[in-house]
Design a protein around this ligand. Structure first.
Ligand SMILES: C[S@@+](CC[C@H](N)C(=O)[O-])C[C@H]1O[C@@H](n2cnc3c(N)ncnc32)[C@H](O)[C@@H]1O
Length: 273
């Protein structure tokens, strides 16, 4: 049977909680501008699928002050943290244990369905996208952060980070049945589902747009959570993975260094019948 959550341990780790905070700080200021483009009603009903600790869900609830936002995830500790952190936004913002493979929402009941940083980490991403389409109303929008590990660029030092991302991401994906390059494949999935108004934009997390320490905190969290499984699933040893991460973190912190993570943000509108 396919493991539907092959990164379950890393997702539940303390380093992931740190990483998600850093990612939200780095990404949201640019992502928010993209979300503002959607033609939504005054009181939009929003689903945040795979909400983790609720960073994105709370930012959505704040961006749309009359919205109702439901965040769903399968890690109860994340949901509990989300409920306590964002209690000030309840009952407009709620969190429930639900799988992204099977939402409880009825067909066409949501104006905006959001899925951030999830579909690269699970197999059968197209099933999740189909489920998002099912619950989105005709004329409503899907908004996906669809990661792609071929879109991170660092300067070369003693090690060449291109080798790390090229070899590491391909073999990690193959071993876990996931597509770590799904950013570039999402357009085709949405097009095959006959969705309208498909867009692919990029949030640019680089050393000019994002504070170096915020960017470094993301890579530090990834290092702390992923060296061990990289050692297990790829030809790169855990020790070597740590050396690559340390060099990339130093590259980000170097006042004269430049590094960039291009984050694909893909959206589409469900066709009106
Ligand atoms: C990298 S985190 C992203 C969290 C959040 N969307 C954000 O942007 O901060 C991925 C989340 O997807 C969740 N996830 C993985 N498989 C899932 C599933 N089958 N159903 C619901 N959530 C799932 C994980 O538990 C984890 O919290």
């Amino acid at each position: 049977m396919t493991d539907l959550n092959p990164q379950a341990r890393q997702m539940a780790d303390e380093s992931m909680v740190r990483g998600l905070e850093g990612q939200a700080r780095a990404i949201w200021p640019q992502e928010m501008q993209l979300i503002r483009r959607y033609a939504l009603p005054d009181e939009p009903r929003i689903l945040d699928a795979g909400c983790g600790t609720g960073e994105g869900s709370s930012l959505l609830a704040e961006l749309f002050p009359r919205s109702r936002v439901l965040g769903v995830d399968i890690i109860d500790d994340h949901l509990a943290l989300a409920r306590s952190r964002y209690a000030n936004l309840a009952p407009r913002l709620t969190f429930e244990h639900q799988s992204v493979f099977e939402f409880e929402a009825s067909d066409g009941s949501l104006d905006l369905t959001v899925c951030r940083h999830v579909i690269h980490s699970i197999p059968d991403a197209d099933r999740v996208i189909a489920e998002l389409v099912r619950v989105t109303r005709p004329g409503g929008y899907l908004h996906l952060i669809s990661e792609d590990y071929g879109m991170l660029h660092f300067q070369r030092g003693a090690l060449d980070p291109r080798d790390f991302w090229h070899v590491g991401a391909a073999s990690f994906g193959a071993a876990t049945g996931t597509d770590l390059f799904i950013g570039r494949n999402t357009f085709g999935i949405l097009a095959a589902m006959h969705l309208d108004a498909i867009t692919v934009d990029y949030v640019v997390v680089d050393t000019l747009r994002v504070p170096r320490e915020t960017f470094a905190a993301i890579l530090t969290a990834w290092r702390d959570g992923y060296c061990e499984p990289i050692g297990q699933f790829t030809p790169i040893s855990a020790e070597s993975a740590r050396a690559y991460f340390d060099q990339m973190i130093a590259n980000i912190r170097d006042p004269q260094g430049y590094a960039v993570w291009m984050v694909p943000v893909v959206s589409a509108r469900v066709a009106k019948t």
